[in-house]
Write a protein that binds this ligand. Structure first.
Ligand code: AMP
Ligand code: ZN
Length: 112
């Protein structure tokens, strides 16, 4: 499958790894939008939230457990933002489910 993030998980494309376990992989975004900008992704290929269902949703819960752990490690006690883009209107460029975890600055709302 021609998926950039599957290739990153497989080690075929280099990445700056932050965390890994049997279900998820986390790495620094190549084009950071904040002092901390980590992408947390499932190792299983899931195209977006639209493909989340009863059989694969456990990994989404686990991703948020990892986010909470990384927030402590990265010292984000003042807050941070988690974003997932779905489809063209949201600007999803990589069709492998990923959660942007951004912190180290304040953010406006509503986004974009
Ligand atoms: P999205 O636009 O929500 O699909 O997010 C895709 C993200 O992947 C963007 O923030 C990109 O900067 C990031 N990205 C693309 N290629 C790489 C790469 N090789 N390593 C790390 N991050 C990447
Ligand atoms: Zn993939």
């Amino acid at each position: 499958m021609d998926c950039l993030f599957c290739k990153i998980i497989a080690g075929e494309i280099p990445s700056s790894k932050v965390y890994e376990d049997d279900m998820v992989y986390a790495f620094n975004d190549i084009d950071p939008q904040a002092p901390v900008h980590i992408l947390i992704i499932p190792k299983e290929h899931i195209a977006s939230v639209n493909e989340v269902n009863e059989s694969n949703s456990a990994v989404v819960a686990h991703i948020f457990e990892v986010a909470a752990k990384l927030a402590k490690e990265k010292g984000l006690e003042d807050g941070y933002r988690i974003v997932t883009n779905i489809g063209d209107d949201a600007g999803q460029t990589v069709k492998h489910l990923h959660f942007h975890m951004m912190g180290g600055r304040s953010f406006g709302w509503p986004a974009g």
